[in-house]
Design a protein around this ligand. Structure first.
Ligand SMILES: [Zn+2]
Length: 134
């Protein structure tokens, strides 16, 4: 593919993806909805379909939220006079959901940017490929 855009540094692309912007031009939005990827960048027409994050954003989001929330739970349990379980549930469940909703689109954008920087595109489905329907 002819690429008239200057090469983009890894961290620049990652930052653009984190912000939900096209990793190549930094102007077009990656997402048409909360997590729905656009087929191409509306600004520079970069094809985004071949870059599929699959489960990686969910995995990294769970990893990150867990590493934020669990230490806080332990600190509260240790130094907070052992509050009742309902208090923990009332505090940590909404915080976990909120953090996940905040982080998931950003992490997905960063993963897409990472895939684009390293040109890790999913293979195109082929008409003469193996029949996976059975
Ligand atoms: Zn673009």
């Amino acid at each position: 593919m002819a690429d008239s855009y200057a090469p983009v540094a890894f961290l620049v692309a990652l930052k653009r993806g984190w912000r939900g912007l096209c990793p190549r031009c930094g102007e077009g939005a990656l997402f048409g909805g909360f997590l729905k990827m656009r087929s191409h960048c509306p600004s520079c027409s970069l094809l985004l379909e071949p870059y599929r994050a699959d489960d990686a954003p969910a995995y990294f989001t769970i990893l990150l939220v867990g590493h934020i929330v669990v230490p806080l739970v332990l600190v509260l349990e240790r130094y907070g006079n052992q509050p009742p379980l309902w208090f923990h549930a009332l505090l940590w469940l909404p915080l976990s959901v909120l953090l996940a909703l905040l982080l998931l689109p950003r992490i997905k954008g960063a993963v897409i940017a990472l895939l684009w920087v390293h040109r890790v595109a999913a293979p195109k489905p082929s008409a003469d490929g193996p029949d996976l329907s059975s």
